[in-house]
Design a protein around this ligand. Sequence first.
Ligand SMILES: NC(=O)C1=CN([C@@H]2O[C@H](COP(=O)(O)OP(=O)(O)OC[C@H]3O[C@@H](n4cnc5c(N)ncnc54)[C@H](O)[C@@H]3O)[C@@H](O)[C@H]2O)[C@@H](O)CC1
Ligand SMILES: [K+]
Length: 512
Amino acid sequence: MQRITPDLRQPLFRTQSTRTVEAEAAARLPPHTLMQRAGAATARLARALAPHARQVWLACGAGNNGGDGLEAAALLQAAGLPVAVTCLTDDPSQLPTDARASWQRARNAGVRFVGQPPALGAQDLAVDALLGLGLTAAARPVPPDSRLLACLAALRGSAATVLHVDLPSGLLADTGQYAPGLEPDAPPGRGARHTLALLTLKPGLFTALGRDAAGDIWLDTLGAAPPTAGPDAWLAGRPDTPPRPHASHKGRFGDVAVVGGEALAQRGMGMTGAALLAASAALHAGAGRVLISLLGDAADADPALALQPECMPRHFDALPLDRATLVAGCGGGTAIAGVLPVLLQQAPRLVLDADALNAIAGEARLQRLLAARASQADWATVLTPHPLEAARLLQCSTEAVQADRLAAAQALAERLACTVVLKGSGSVVAAPERVPLVNPTGNARLATAGTGDVLAGLLGARLAALPPATAFDAAAGACWQHGQVADDWPQERACTALALARALTPDAARTV
Ligand SMILES: NC(=O)C1=CN([C@@H]2O[C@H](COP(=O)(O)OP(=O)(O)OC[C@H]3O[C@@H](n4cnc5c(N)ncnc54)[C@H](O)[C@@H]3O)[C@@H](O)[C@H]2O)[C@@H](O)CC1
Ligand SMILES: [K+]
């Protein structure tokens, strides 16, 4: 068993691949072995998480996830713990074969079966073995079982530590969304939350609503081998940032040019701050030189620029488009559309954010110019949409994007032939013909204005530095570092976008 941390890259497997792993392992092991291993791992972690529990309550469903819970209940009871089980079926003949065997073992061990969830205190432990990999999003023929809903509500609101077996019940393994009718209807309780993933890690634990549901994540492969076909996605690990040689000069770390920041005079909505944030991020993340080209009459940006004298203002026509890494769109407003054709056709390394994405979504010609960049050898293009911007580009709803974030990011990457960072909880990095990646770092501190601009600037710096990173690796590294700085943020300090930009370093070191 291992605890999953953001440092180590990990393979992720969807339901179908996990079923293959399960079938192959089951075929070479005596019957019931996998469930016994799953129950033993659950019981071991349960005891470690709540060594002083005065009560251990296990909520067990009518499938094999419930079987894992029943197996754990038998072991915890045998170890002398005060165990109570609520089982969603009163008739063991309704259980699948393995779960039925574990139900019998729990009975034989003397486990107490209770109809209702007991009241638990903060020192107690609840084990959630209601629903696992067998959960489907398909509409159910009957409304959800009231006992299932009561158990889910008790688990979710519990003050006790909750250990989810394989998946938080109700959460879909592939997408990190809840099955219809099983969404939480109240804020979570304050107790600690853990998930013990069995056989494989599933992408839904790390993106969309999965992060909030799962808490700390553990993995026990139950001795099964990973599938030969390889993973469906990767959980990113700490990026490999090469050390900077002593004999360095600013030219080695590349020029980043930020284009954006529509002036107040343009439409009465000043957005120069966004471009300045991206520039500050690029500077602190180690770009050799940072140029900034503000759109329109940028007199309102002068005081801010004076506070960051390292950034050099430039007219758009004076930017070295062929040499610099361009970060375009942060606070770009409508003015960005005017310069996009030139950028798309002349800038070999290009990060497109915010209003640049909205402009592209609204103009077929820009989409064609964007897709045409793929035919240029060694050109790099990264798009950094949030879900609404991705929805505009895909011409679908935000809900459709969020329903399967991995699939949406991949579809966008294939359609526009570039690297895509789909932002949000568990950002997804996708590129044509590559296995997508989910970023493990970051937290709600990043849910504040301007942090997306900081990511774009940081990405520009990573793309500009030598030795050259691929667009995909630069994007993955930037997401990881951006989130890690927020994860290391001191509790007592406000995390504003500018403070975040200034906490960046060239080597992803923890220095906040
Ligand atoms: N077969 C085995 O020996 C092993 C099973 N394992 C466990 O078994 C789990 C998978 O077991 P199953 O395939 O039996 O499936 P689950 O036990 O995860 O789920 C099946 C149950 O979910 C209900 N259900 C499905 N969709 C629903 C919905 N939308 N609303 C309400 N109820 C819904 C079904 O009616 C059924 O009762 C894994 O998550 C894992 O915990 C693993 O421990 C590996 C070994
Ligand atoms: K579960």
